[in-house]
Ligand binder design. Structure first.
Ligand SMILES: Nc1ncnc2c1ncn2[C@@H]1O[C@H](COP(=O)(O)OP(=O)(O)O)[C@@H](O)[C@H]1O
Ligand SMILES: [Mg+2]
Length: 257
């Protein structure tokens, strides 16, 4: 199982959309996929039909004193081959309640270790805050995927994420490759085109050479999760398919280096 953590300390950059798009494309290519919703807003879970009330069992129970097993907490997502461990509002107060119990920063990684043979990919959708959940997700990750809006200010958040990833890699003694996915790209605006160019010059091979365009059809779940359709009818989904090709190629390269 490969673990991809989808994170950015900024909200509204396309993290949840990216997780759903990559997860469903992987599943439609025949991979077994497990999605974890680490965001207290639980928008990914709601998108996949898990109601917020009554609070569903999910990620929170992985942090119990006696953690539940991840395979007892996962549920079907509606896409064949893709399962979900739901997020809950209670995740917002996890840090305060859990205090400084030793080993808490590794809870997620340990939970995932128990199911390594059952899934090909685990995709972790992070909240936009650098707290216990994101630290857990980074510590467990084989790859960090950073969706980034193509606007000038976004680059500051990006540097912060890359610094955090480097810190995690150092403390666990294993590299954490980071891949930057430009999202919400509006090619008609000069500032977006220039920002994309500047990002590519600055971060080189860490940045995907393409971008996910603004495509309102990505807000339609049936379209986002559904089978591939011709690119002319699905610019956003087609872009995510290309992004997935790139990420899979990076994985291959970095694994065999
Ligand atoms: N490429 C895109 N084109 C159009 N709308 C998008 C695109 N990516 C995301 N969105 C929309 O933007 C909003 C924020 O995206 P979301 O994935 O929830 O971001 P995050 O998880 O980073 O907060 C959502 O309403 C989503 O449907
Ligand atoms: Mg989100």
């Amino acid at each position: 199982m490969r673990i991809w953590t989808i994170a950015n300390q900024k909200g509204g950059v396309g993290k949840t959309t990216t997780t759903l798009a990559l997860g469903s494309r992987l599943a439609r290519r025949g991979f077994r996929v497990l999605l974890l919703d680490l965001d207290p807003h639980a928008s990914m879970s709601q998108a996949l039909g898990v109601p917020a009330e009554p609070p569903p069992a999910g990620v929170l129970e992985l942090f119990d004193d006696t953690p539940r097993r991840i395979d007892e907490l996962m549920r079907p997502s509606g896409v064949e081959g893709m399962h979900l461990v739901a997020g809950q509002a209670g995740l917002a107060t996890l840090e305060r309640r859990a205090g400084h119990r030793p080993g808490l920063g590794r809870a997620l990684g340990q939970a995932l270790e128990a199911v390594v043979g059952d899934h090909d990919y685990a995709l972790l959708d992070c909240p936009p805050t650098l707290g216990l959940l994101m630290v857990n997700a980074l510590a467990a990750a084989d790859r960090l995927v950073i969706p980034t809006q193509t606007e000038p200010l976004a680059q500051y958040g990006l540097q912060g994420m890359l610094r955090t990833a480097a810190m995690v890699a150092r403390s666990r003694g294993r590299p954490l490759p980071a891949s930057i996915l430009p999202t919400l790209f509006d090619r008609r605006t000069r500032v977006a085109v220039e920002t994309l160019q500047a990002m590519q010059e600055r971060f080189g091979a860490q940045v995907w050479s393409d971008a996910v365009p603004v495509d309102t059809r990505l807000r339609d779940l049936q379209h986002l999760l559904g089978p591939d359709v011709p690119e002319s009818q699905a610019r956003g989904v087609a872009a995510y398919n290309r992004a997935l090709d790139w990420l899979l190629a990076r994985d291959h390269l970095e694994t065999w280096q």
